[in-house]
Design a protein around this ligand. Structure first.
Ligand code: TXA
Ligand code: MG
Length: 324
């Protein structure tokens, strides 16, 4: 099992150990405000290979590079004016920008999967200090086996990848609980490659531009990580349930009971008070709990489509998609 260091009680040791393991070319699981990441030196091809190997992830899938400050970002990518504005407004935070990689950037092509762009973000919280100390961008997908639910706690990471990892930094439950929103600016048009922890409506309010949505879930090749059956729990998933069958787990929203829920293996409410931020933060953990209840199917109550509901529904549709 991996060593777990609590960053709240031992911040200095956490940073030093992470630096040491990363310098050996080994991945470290780090807490970000979105989900826990499986981080490795983005300039070291062997280290990046270890990420793909641990996750069992297809090689064609590019990774997000995490930076600690604007100077580090600008050493690797060029910003158009709109992207710069977004970075200034929302970094550190749950926003990834797809930007042209600079010719002199030392990020290895294994991290970008050979594209001429990089997915880049400045995370909030403890991971930012780890990156600053390490001094190079960290490539980090979510710290889970490919296709499984993203981890929002150190315990989730330990249960899934603990036998392969040396070190997990534990900063408590992820504050946002959904992966970052991915935006690509092209000829002044903002394209949403993945809805996520930053509400696309906030981006529209800031820029005064419409954010173009992908045609349908999983349709875009621009973000090849967006495979239809991502985020799959073990159980089948049924959306917009109006009632519950015996043997199903129920995950509902807004404190509304559903007929038949007394027969459910477990009943969880993403946010009894109807708060979408709270719902996002609970989503992946509740999917894991529902899975662990032994249910053959997880029934989800209806989620409102506004704000972060867009990203939550995106993840649920992927979880409900045919597997394979
Ligand atoms: O919140 C997050 O974004 C988390 C935490 C750890 O930061 N990371 C994360 O990474 O979700 P990952 O690897 O699971 O998702 C990366 C997504 C994929 O859909 C990938 O295709 C897309 O970003 N991506 C990365 N680089 C890209 C590029 N150059 N062009 C288009 N899409 C890119
Ligand atoms: Mg992932």
């Amino acid at each position: 099992m991996a060593e777990i260091i609590d960053t709240r009680t031992e911040p200095d040791r956490a940073i030093e150990q992470a630096r040491a393991v990363l310098s050996e070319g080994e991945p470290v699981a780090i807490p970000t405000e979105t989900v826990y990441g499986l981080a490795a030196d983005a300039t070291n091809p062997d280290a990046i290979s270890r990420i793909y190997e641990m996750k069992g992830r297809p090689r064609f899938n590019p990774l997000i590079c995490h930076v600690s400050d604007m100077a580090m970002a600008e050493a690797h990518v060029t910003f158009d004016p709109i992207s710069r504005r977004l970075a200034e407004a929302f970094w550190p935070g749950p926003l990834t920008l797809i930007l042209p990689q600079r010719p002199e950037s030392t990020v290895h092509s294994l991290a970008s999967a050979g594209l001429d762009t990089l997915g880049i973000r400045m995370p909030d919280g403890f991971s930012r200090q780890v990156i600053a100390r390490f001094g190079h961008p960290l490539a980090a997908p979510s710290a889970n086996t490919s296709g499984k639910i993203s981890p929002t706690s150190a315990a989730h990471v330990q249960a899934d990848l603990g036998s392969k990892l040396k070190l997990i930094l534990d900063a408590g439950p992820a504050e946002i609980g959904l992966e970052s929103t991915i935006i690509k600016v092209e000829d002044g048009t903002l394209r949403l490659l993945r809805p996520g922890g930053l509400d696309a409506g906030e981006i529209e309010n800031l820029t005064g531009c419409v954010v173009m949505r992908p045609e349908s879930a999983g349709a875009t090749i621009e973000a090849p990580g967006m495979l239809a059956s991502h985020y799959a729990p073990g159980a089948a998933v049924r959306l917009n349930a109006e009632d519950v069958q015996a043997g199903e787990a129920l995950i509902r929203f807004g404190g509304r009971p559903l007929p038949g829920e007394g027969e459910a293996t477990i009943v969880l409410d993403l946010s009894p008070g109807g708060n979408l931020r709270e719902a996002a933060a609970n989503l992946f953990d509740y999917m894991k709990q529902a899975d662990a209840s032994g249910a053959r199917t997880i029934a989800f109550g209806r989620i409102p489509e506004e704000g972060l509901g867009e990203a939550i529904i995106d993840r649920l549709q992927r979880a409900a998609a045919p597997r394979g």
